[in-house]
Design a binder for this molecule. Sequence first.
Ligand SMILES: [Zn+2]
Length: 216
Amino acid sequence: MQFPVPVPEGIINLPAFIYFDVDNRFTAAQIQRIRNSIEGVLLNWFRHHNQKWNGGANNGVSELAACANTYAINNLQPVWYLGPPIINGQVATNVAMDQFTQLIRDNGFRLSPPAKIDYLIPAPLTSSTIRGETVFTKKRVPLSFVINPTQLDRIDVNNLTLTGSMFHAWLHRAGYRHPEGKYTSFFIGEAPMCVMRDFQPKNPAVPDSDYFQFFD
Ligand SMILES: [Zn+2]
């Protein structure tokens, strides 16, 4: 499976494609849903960089960064990070989206091991959606995931929700983490929830668990 890499303004040295080896047990319909979710992650990465580029000033605040800045206060730094302290969700978003660029380059230029999308039906059946293990290094990280095919079959789970789930899994590959089962206030929880809300503010009537039930 391959995806053309959209080229954001201000970002050079990108590969034309990124590549995934997909378990052959997924059906064509399930593979299409995986495709939609990865394309959704790439689109959010692309939009972030274009909005940050801000016509060349490179000082813009993307919709994703603004939303994450409102809600994310914990674990703003990837585990491998050694730079100056990351002070807020806006800076964390910039660091995370730069790390997505690194993941894309390492994959597309074949510097990282091949990315594998594995098939796993968990018990209980809805206990996992898209799982990405936390990575402790910055470079040459494979974009590998384990996906529950039964979640892909659910018509009540739309593509934006799956994109948020995939975005969460990419953040684990980017070195972000959260305590088991805790997502609210953590960057790796709030940023993908922002994606799933299309960057709208939280609605008090909708609990975070409606979103993070699709995070591993
Ligand atoms: Zn997680």
